[in-house]
Structure formats: structure tokens, C-alpha cells
Design a protein around this ligand. Sequence first.
Ligand code: G4P
Length: 280
Amino acid sequence: MNIQWYPGHMTKAKRAMKEDIKLIDLIIELVDARVPLSSRNPDIDELGAGKARIVLLNKSDLADERCNSAWETYFVAQGCHVVKVNSKSGAGLKQINGVVQEACKEKIERDRRRGILNRPVRAMVVGIPNVGKSTFINSFAGKACTKTGNRPGVTKGNQWIRLNKSLELLDTPGILWPKFEDQQVGIRLALIGSVNDEILNKDELAMELIRFLNEKYPRVLSEKYGIETEDALEALMQVAKAKACLAKGGELDLVKASNLLIDDFRSGKLGRMTLELPAQ
Ligand code: G4P
């Protein structure tokens, strides 16, 4: 399957992010726990050089728990601060304040030596589309937060959310563009919903999902839809039959069946699954 996607606003977004990054001490990078590498954009390393960084394994509730632990170990070994979170339920968010202090230890110490006490850490959330940035900001900031409004020296329009006396968050996340380094990365990003669905060939994508399930979670298709075949097209046809996905005239509607299968995967109805492991 060939996925091509060149967001027209990419250059503008990159320029805007460069400006925003000048204002902050810490980057909170959200990745999707089901595809922690594919959902990263390595450009952030260059854009955020010299800034403290925390990686959040978001949507960890949808990913395989054993794989979450493997990814946590991987990121720690890379020298990153990492927290597993579920931004929708709020699980894991409490740990973040402590990790922020740890990640920004040097900055806090530098401030202290200069006689600056209690200057809040300023952070910005970044990530590719659909990774959960807005959900995270809303959950993390909660209802108690106050928007601090425009300030001198701050790009006009930027709002800061004061989370507590030691942390402020830029209220608009930085949108990183997905990076399709190879076809597999493109397929994984499409499966998690980070590529505009309209440009995708859904039945090809569904068959990729079926191949992945057959290899990694071989019982799932038979348990969920009563399917007992290794062949991807045949399996898709069986999903269509099992779920009565029929077009006018009574023939099987494979696009409908594909959407259903992909939605069941995305929403976690097929179970908690991770599409890639550190060793890969
Ligand atoms: P973005 O700003 O990075 O583009 O992502 P956004 O917050 O809009 O989240 C994209 C989708 O992911 C939303 O679902 C959101 O609810 C869901 N989501 C975010 N974080 C988590 C998480 O940790 N776990 C789970 N399970 N889902 C998460 P949606 O289908 O677009 O909306 P809705 O169904 O919540 O209404």
C-alpha cells in the first residue's frame, strides 16, 4: 500500500514551533503507545536541542501492557524521562509533576544559583496528529487551571496555563507532522488514525491489519468474528458476512467491513495491542 502525504502547512508549522520552543524549558512529547517509534518525528530532536524532554506513552490503555513496559525500558535506556499515561481517564498523570522536576533539575539549579527562586518551568506539548495532545492538555490542566493570558515577551496569542506554582503549559500544542520513513511506518500510522482516512485504501489497510493479527494475536479474529482462515481477503469477506456488511444488491461490502474492523482495532475492541516492539 502506498501512502503519500505532504501536509502543505508543514513549513509554516515548523517555523511556528521553532518560535514557540524559544519560550519554553521543557518539551512534553506525546507518542502513541501502540506505535511509539512510528508516531515520533525525529525532527523534534533538532528543534528541541538543549531543552529538557519528557516522553509520554499516551493511549497506554490501548496498548499491550507487556509491550508498554518494554518501551518504557527502551526510552529510559535512551536517557529519556518517560511516563505511561491514559489521557482520557487521567491514569498516570499524577506522576508527571515529579518527573518534570527531575527532567528540569539543571534549569532549576541554574536559576537558584542566579538567585531566581520559584520561576515556574514552562512546557509545551508536541506530537503528531491524533496522538492525544488536546485530550492530554485538558486532563492534565483540569478545571482548576487558570489561563495567564498574554504577557510581555510572549508571542502574541500564546496563552499559558498555570498548572501549579512550578509549572506552566503553553495552551496550544505543537503539531508535528508524521514521518513516513518506510511503508510499514505509514501503515502503522494509518492504523492508529494519524493519517487522513480519506486518502487511504481502507480494504488494503484492513488486510494489513488482518496479516498483523494473524501473526501477533492469532486467536483474535476467530474469537471476535468467528473467522478461521489465514488468507487476508477471505478473512475480510468473512468479517463482511459475519457483520452483515452488504451493499445494494446483496453483495459483500468490503469497505464497510474494513471500516468496522479498523474501528474495532482503534477503539480497543479487539483488545490491547501494540504494533511494534523496540527490537524491530
Ligand atoms: P490531538 O490533539 O493530538 O490531535 O488528539 P486528540 O486529543 O484530539 O485525541 C484524539 C483521539 O484520541 C480522541 O478520540 C481522544 O479521545 C483519544 N485519546 C486521547 N488520549 C487517549 C488515551 O490516553 N486513551 C484513549 N483510549 N484514547 C485517547 P476521538 O475518537 O477523536 O474522540 P472521542 O471518542 O474521545 O470523542
